[in-house]
Design a protein around this ligand. Structure first.
Ligand SMILES: O=C(O)C1=C[C@@H](OP(=O)(O)O)[C@@H](O)[C@H](O)C1
Ligand SMILES: C=C(OP(=O)(O)O)C(=O)O
Length: 428
């Protein structure tokens, strides 16, 4: 378990960094590359531990994948070319990998077993397993398929119409991936709009998907063609430096090539509403919109964050809590009970770890209440094995009055292996 002593009480952050590839899009580029016919070349792939788990799983399914840093070549096998794995598929810490793979494996002609780390072992899977069972899938696991290990006996599937009980892009994507292999039409109804990278990628690979209001439909039996994918920078990773620049005095940070898909830009709206000084330059679009973001420090004020904004910033809530610690007034975050089933229970871990540093923050049933304006002090904190908690605490160090020791800092490699290098280049 790695420990980092953080640089604290920083006087300014200045500079430009190129944000590494989006994790959600990187996973999907491997999956669609494997299921397409022909070669897919991926640029700016995220070589974080989660996406490497996705590559490992598809290699075990007989797909040839050459990864060299952020460049990847996938030799597609088509929907019926994957092979039965001779080993268990280990998804590590990655919820996206396991949930989307369930949708893919459900329609294959073989059996596969899926496992992950201790955190994955606590994350709910029936949200995916139950709709897949309605499509005809045969999936078994601990507690009636709620937890890993899971065994999927691939079989023929039929299209369904399914109303998502929770706003989840992972559940939506798993059903879409099964629907592409099913007989007939599969329709998913979303309670709120969630990230649409899967839908965009189907189009990039030459397939068809229809969206009408809150309903997304795909026809089974389509074939996809290999293509070139450019993965924009991950706005969820950029969020740590946007907040860092907003709360550290005398700062100006420019973040290059950040994904600006409107289903992900809730963090920008929050920063603007809180009074941050933020500028966006949109550049040309290749499947996914992206651009450069500049953030300068400014005086911030509290707001309420709720409703359909939540899925558009769900992974940014830990660092938004830190932003609220630096803002005048009381920020309320609600409708975010989903945070309880992430890598950790993020409502509790955020409240516990920031309280250790003197922040005034209270957990609620579905969010957090944060009273800003109290300076934070030093102390020992832990990521609890959750990359986003680790990075949020490292950013807290920038404004803490004395030393912060962060334990279990290695977790950050899940989504941002260069995080500490980038942080160091900005500190002046
Ligand atoms: O589809 C995806 O790539 C993701 C969807 C979200 O999860 P849910 O679908 O559980 O909301 C998000 O928290 C996760 O980091 C990535
Ligand atoms: C929740 C996350 O990822 P996953 O569900 O893929 O583990 C995340 O990256 O914050």
């Amino acid at each position: 378990m790695d420990t980092q002593t953080l640089q604290t009480n920083i006087t300014s952050l200045k500079g430009t960094i190129s944000i590494p590839g989006d994790k959600s899009i990187s996973h999907r580029s491997i999956m669609f590359g494997a299921l397409a016919e022909g070669i897919t070349n991926i640029e700016n792939f995220l070589p974080g531990a989660d996406c490497i788990s996705t590559i490992d799983c598809f290699s075990k399914l007989g797909v040839s994948i050459q990864q060299n840093g952020d460049l990847v070549e996938v030799i597609g096998k088509g929907f019926s070319g994957l092979k039965a794995p001779s080993e268990v598929l280990d998804v590590g810490n990655s919820g996206t990998t396991i949930r989307l793979m369930l949708g893919i494996l459900a329609g294959q002609a073989f059996q596969a077993e899926l496992i992950g780390d201790d955190s994955i072992g606590k994350r709910p899977m029936t949200r995916v397993v139950n709709p897949l069972k309605q499509m005809g899938a045969d999936i078994e696991g601990r507690n009636n398929g709620e937890f890993t290990p899971l065994t999927v006996n691939g079989t023929e599937l039929k299209g369904i119409r399914y109303e998502l009980p929770v706003a989840s892009a992972q559940v939506k994507s798993a059903i879409i991936l099964a629907g592409l292999q099913a007989k007939g039409t599969t329709t998913i109804v979303e309670p709120e709009k969630t990230r649409d990278h899967t839908e965009r990628m189907i189009v990039q690979f030459g397939g068809k998907v229809e969206r009408k209001g809150n309903e997304i439909s795909v026809e089974g039996g389509q074939s996809l063609q290999g293509t070139s994918i450019y993965v924009p920078g991950d706005i969820s990773s950029a969020a740590f430096f946007m907040v860092a620049a907003a709360i550290t005095p005398n700062s100006e940070v420019k973040l290059l090539n950040v994904g600006l898909n409107p289903t992900r830009t809730g963090i920008i709206e929050v920063l603007q509403r809180m009074g941050a000084d933020i500028e966006i330059e949109h550049i040309n679009e290749k499947g996914e919109p992206y651009g450069h973001i500049t953030v300068r420090s400014s005086k911030l004020h509290a707001i309420t964050i709720e409703g359909d904004l939540i899925p558009r910033l769900i992974d940014e809530i830990p660092v938004i809590a830190l932003l609220a610690v630096s803002a005048e007034g009381t920020t309320v975050i609600k409708d975010a009970a989903e945070l309880k089933v992430k890598e950790t229970n993020r409502i509790d871990t955020v409240a516990d770890e920031l309280s250790r540093l003197g922040a005034k923050i209270k957990p609620t049933e579905d969010g957090l209440v944060i009273t800003g304006g109290t300076p934070i002090h030093g102390g020992e904190v832990s990521s609890h094995g959750d990359h986003r908690i680790g990075m949020m605490l490292a950013i807290a160090g920038l404004v803490a009055s004395d030393e912060i020791i962060l334990t279990d800092s290695k977790a950050i490699e899940v989504s941002y292996p260069q995080f500490f290098d980038h942080l160091t280049t900005l500190i002046k």
